[in-house]
Design a protein. Structure first.
Length: 328
């Protein structure tokens, strides 16, 4: 049973024996170019490298001066078209998206990217690139909705020599039904919870500290540089060994935004899901952390406001560091 374009499932997803005719049509686009003979709008240059490193907080000396190299993760940056875009995108990519849009897969989310670096990029390198639609997945059902993963591979060249490969994967999907049947009147109202942090081997120590009401900052044992968020190595000297220092808890609001939408009760103090402040806090130790500002109305948060660390238990399983401000 289908809804809309041929091969797209009606609400409720695919049924047994359902032939996905749309997938057959999408599969035919594999191997077709997404961009041909693309030319980077600027050669590799020191100012862009400097802006990137400042934004990322990367102070490694290899990325400075005329003899420096570009950070490898900048690979895609040299191919971007900016606000005016590129004129070298292939019609095949637009056709593919047109098919998906027509089938109701009008939403898109980037899922992941993979990069392979083959040679360093240096100031003055002229960048060219080609891109191909590498693969289209079978129809997949996710929490977001039902659709197709599309992977594009871009080969980036410097002076005609292959410098690296960038694979970018998106999900083009039909949004899931967000209006389920209302619960029975007698059903208890679920208590909203904040999303769980992703804990891995690189940051587990930080979350262990938070659980013990300690805000721990990594410190490189080779050069004593403090770093936050936690990373597997020092971005100043490359050292892999580190210890920690405990933050004093004093800080100031470096910048902030007020979240209005979507409303999410778990993130507001009154549980109404109304506006709340999210701030970049500069700790007294010199590193910065993203957190909530509590204790003052969202519209009273200001850059430079003094704040003090607190630990908020949001539910029986989660403790988070937050910062209390004062209107005075």
């Amino acid at each position: 049973m289908t809804d809309g374009a041929e091969g797209v499932p009606a609400a409720g997803g695919p049924r047994p024996g359902d032939t996905d005719a749309l997938y057959v049509r999408l599969k035919a686009y594999e191997g077709r170019p997404a961009a041909e003979a693309g030319v980077g709008k600027d050669p590799v240059n020191e100012p862009m490298i400097r802006h990137w490193c400042e934004a990322m907080g990367d102070t490694h000396p290899a990325y400075t001066g005329p003899d420096g190299v570009a950070p490898p993760a900048m690979l895609q940056a040299w191919t971007m078209g900016g606000l005016s875009g590129h004129t070298d995108r292939s019609g095949a990519y637009d056709e593919l998206f047109g098919l998906l849009d027509g089938a109701g897969c009008t939403s898109v989310v980037a899922t992941d990217c993979e990069q392979e670096y083959l040679r360093p990029l240096r100031p003055g390198d002229a960048i060219t690139f080609d891109a191909v639609i590498e693969s289209v997945s079978e129809r997949k059902t996710t929490k977001l909705g039902t659709g197709y993963f599309v992977t594009t591979r871009m080969d980036v060249r410097a002076g005609g020599e292959l410098a690296g490969t960038h694979r970018f994967r998106i999900l083009k999907y039909r949004p899931a039904n967000r209006n389920p049947q209302p619960r029975a009147a007698t059903a208890p109202k679920a208590v909203p919870q904040r999303s769980r942090p992703v804990i891995n081997r690189d940051n587990a120590g930080f979350w262990e500290g938070v659980a013990a009401h300690r805000l721990l900052i990594q410190r490189c044992t080779a050069c004593a540089t403090l770093r936050f968020p936690w990373l597997p190595g020092c971005n100043a000297c490359g050292g892999a060994d580190w210890d920690t220092v405990e933050a004093s808890g004093e800080g100031t609001v470096f910048s902030h935004v007020v979240m209005h939408h979507p409303p999410f009760p778990a993130f507001s103090e009154n549980g109404a899901g109304g506006p709340y402040a999210v701030a970049l806090i500069e700790l007294a130790e010199g590193v910065r952390i993203v957190s909530n500002v509590v204790g003052v109305p969202f519209d009273k948060v200001r850059v430079g406001m003094a704040v003090r660390l607190e630990f908020l238990r949001t539910d029986p399983e989660l403790v988070l560091p937050v910062f209390r401000g004062s209107e005075g």
